[in-house]
Design a protein around this ligand. Structure first.
Ligand code: COA
Length: 188
């Protein structure tokens, strides 16, 4: 898939993986502006405890971070989430560029399926990026209805069989105790 964004106003747009704390802070700053500031997502929901086990992809115009997406790695899929582009830079395919970078990253790691959970109102955006619904209906996983969507990493291969799709559609992260263990688990 070719993505038609290389420059905005003559300044190159690039993507990079967060490699050090400062990079992660740039991803968090973009998410704070878009999700907490603009979309009024509560801080505790946005920063859910999974950021330090995830890969962050960041888009830059010159040296300025303007977009980000988080990828978490599961056994049979890579989960893309927290996709955000600063409002004033939208409509330049930066979102598409970030998702394509995720796809290539997943490909390089031998992963064959991308997975995401989106709000019903956002499914049109993802379908335009070549994603499809895993199951037709929205599900409830927490307070908001979500739609599970998937995309093949290699568009020339058939969609991998998903075992027990409802198990991942409704996947909920365990609540962690103060030691970082799932509540109810026995710590040693
Ligand atoms: C969704 C988002 C990342 C897209 O970033 P972007 O860089 O503008 O995306 P692209 O340039 O690749 O695509 C823009 C196109 O998607 C459309 N689009 C944006 N959000 C959409 C949505 N929720 N539903 C349907 N289409 C949408 C735009 O209207 C635009 O259409 P056009 O090309 O016909 O003008 C950005 O709008 C954003 O950060 N939104 C707030 C955060 C958010 O809601 N994230 C959840 C992921 S959907």
């Amino acid at each position: 898939m070719s993505i038609g964004v290389q420059a905005i106003g003559g300044v190159p747009v690039t993507t990079r993986l967060a490699m050090k704390m400062e990079d992660s802070l740039q991803a968090f700053a973009v998410r704070a502006a878009c999700f907490i500031g603009e979309l009024e997502v509560p801080f505790s929901e946005e920063f859910d405890g999974h950021d330090y086990g995830a890969t962050h992809v960041i888009a830059y115009i010159g040296d300025e971070p303007i977009g980000t997406v988080r990828v978490r790695w599961f056994k049979s899929f890579a989960m893309c989430e927290r996709l955000a582009v600063m409002q004033r830079f939208r409509g330049n395919n930066v979102g598409s560029l970030l998702l394509e970078r995720c796809r290539k990253l997943a490909e390089s790691r031998g992963c064959n399926m991308l997975y995401t959970q989106v709000l019903p109102a956002d499914t049109g955006y993802w379908e335009r990026q070549g994603w499809q619904r895993l199951v037709p209906e929205a599900m409830s996983s927490g307070p908001k209805p979500i739609v599970a969507m998937v995309k093949r990493v290699d568009p020339n291969q058939p969609m991998p069989e998903v075992e027990a799709p409802e198990a991942i559609v409704l996947r909920r992260e365990p609540t962690l105790d103060s030691a970082g263990m799932p509540v109810g688990a026995i710590a040693n």
